[in-house]
Design a protein around this ligand. Structure first.
Ligand code: GDP
Length: 471
């Protein structure tokens, strides 16, 4: 298939999704006004319009999934995705297992960033991306790790089979000099300009065109490959995951719901009641049924740091089979968060969230973003398999990134901004009502614009191409 064809299919999917958000939000407001004015006939008409549009949307999605199924390219997509993934895996292995560790160039990364597990994984991936970009073997220092004093290697496979020592002839802090043997990288938040061109959302130019053809958001695929390598489990974790799988009876089709509460609420994110998550879950199942899939049971995997949520879901949503363990949620309490039990809990929760068919969560939480990234390493393209109640996807500390206006826009209201085709737009967020907020970098004006009028760009950057590794 041509790249244009694959991209056009994804644009159609996104277009219908945005049309859905827009009409749903507009009709909700109109209904509210009609009810306040006691305009009963209008209320009836708007309600039937609302359900009519929903049905239209469902059938459009169904046709779109038929186009994909019927086009005959699925085998090609699978193969291409596998080939790319294998290539990157071999390159990482090459980088991480130098013949002579004593002389290898190294990048030292201290795992123990003062934050949660998802945030620490992102810290490790950031180090890994810079290591890959600078062709330095990543040395992950983790003794005394706040989640497990014995260190990373007791939980996950070491990041190298041949080279774990951070020793070398010359040592310096990042950025050092190109010939310094061992460089220590600070946390991403402390990088001084010019930082590094290898930070997200950069993807390697040598694979970017292939990636952009098979995947809707190449950066999440790229990050996913490093998570896949990092999270290769030690036997104790393999066993834990298998036991949990059996205990839960985990199987698809299943929607993953992550509800982040406790210390996050009111500081870094707003409170969202369970009832805000569930309509997106119901909509996903309804769509599957409309697509002709057989749903034996509406199953969800529910993870949270608030144990009460699981009980609430079981009592309020009895039509669902709710997999989840309130005892795991209890281990996430802030007072006991940095312990083995808590570590096992979050490993289990992220693992099963990433194995779901669709995720409903808040992307402000690194737990859900990590699960979403891992998900990308398990499917050809799961970039559209989520509903976030707040942020759009981003990588904490990422380099500046702009989208592009694909259609012009003339502001209709005071809070809107104009767009001309081709304008670079820095997107701050999607309001999931048809509109996004951002800054037009040509006019430097900030405000709202219709989400469907801008499209994301792939940030292709020259990385080393590892010619030693066969294609
Ligand atoms: P963020 O704060 O939500 O962006 O994500 P972090 O991973 O950086 O920190 C949150 C930490 O809280 C996690 O690493 C866990 O230790 C705990 N936590 C949050 N949500 C869950 C959950 O759903 N399940 C479990 N087991 N722990 C959680």
């Amino acid at each position: 298939p041509s790249s244009g064809y694959e991209v056009a299919l994804r644009k159609l999917y996104r277009g219908i999704t945005e049309l859905g958000y827009y009409t749903h939000a507009e009709l909700k407001n109109a209904l509210k006004q009609a009810k306040e004015a006691s305009a009963n006939t209008l209320v009836d008409r708007l309600s039937s319009l609302q359900s009519g549009i929903l049905e239209h949307k469902q059938s459009l999605f169904k046709f779109l999934s038929q186009v994909r199924e019927e086009d005959g390219y699925d085998q090609w997509r699978e193969q291409e995705s596998q080939d790319l993934s294998d290539l990157i895996y071999r390159r990482i292995q090459f980088l991480q297992n130098p013949k002579d560790c004593k002389r290898a160039k190294k990048l030292v990364c201290n795992l123990n960033k003062g934050c949660g597990f998802g945030c620490q994984l992102h810290h490790a991936v950031y180090c890994f991306l810079v290591a890959y970009g600078t062709q330095r073997t990543l040395i992950l220092k983790s003794k005394g790790w706040r989640y497990h004093k014995g260190g990373w290697e007791e939980i996950f496979k070491p990041v190298s089979d041949t080279c774990l020592s951070s020793e070398g002839d010359s040592l310096a802090n990042w950025p050092g000099k190109p010939d310094t043997q061992v460089l220590t990288l600070p946390i991403i938040d402390s990088l001084l300009p010019p930082r590094s061109q290898f930070l997200p959302p950069a993807v390697p130019a040598d694979i970017a065109p292939r990636l952009a053809r098979i995947h809707g958001q190449p950066i999440t695929w790229w990050v996913g490959q490093f998570l896949k390598y990092l999270l290769r489990p030690q036997p104790i974790i393999t066993e834990l995951l298998l036991n949990t799988q059996n205990k839960l009876g985990f199987k698809g089709p299943i929607v993953g719901v992550h509800i982040r509460r406790t210390d996050k609420v009111g500081t870094e994110a707003a409170f969202h009641p369970l009832d805000e998550y569930m309509p997106a879950v119901a909509e996903w199942f309804d769509q599957q049924i409309s697509n002709g899939k057989i749903i034996d049971k509406r199953r969800i995997f529910l993870a949270s740091d608030d144990p009460k949520v699981i009980a609430e879901a079981r009592s309020k949503y009895s039509e669902y089979e709710i997999l989840g363990d309130p005892d795991i949620a209890k281990t996430a309490a802030i007072g006991s968060r940095y312990s083995d039990r808590s570590l096992y809990g979050i490993i289990v929760d992220i693992h099963f969230l990433s194995r779901c068919d669709f995720l409903v969560c808040t992307f402000s939480s690194q737990v859900c973003r990590v699960a979403y990234e891992i998900m990308q390493s398990l499917h050809v393209d799961a970039s559209a398999s989520f509903r976030s109640l707040d942020d759009i996807y981003y990588y904490g500390g990422q380099n500046a990134h702009s989208w592009r206006a694909a259609q012009s826009h003339f502001a209709q209201k005071a809070e809107e901004i104009d767009l001309k085709i081709g304008d670079p737009v820095s997107v701050a967020g999607n309001h999931w009502d048809g509109f996004s907020r951002g800054r037009n970098l040509r006019t430097n004006l900030q405000g709202l614009f219709p989400s469907f009028k801008v499209e994301d760009r792939v940030e292709a950057v020259k990385f080393p191409t590892y010619p030693e590794v066969p294609l």
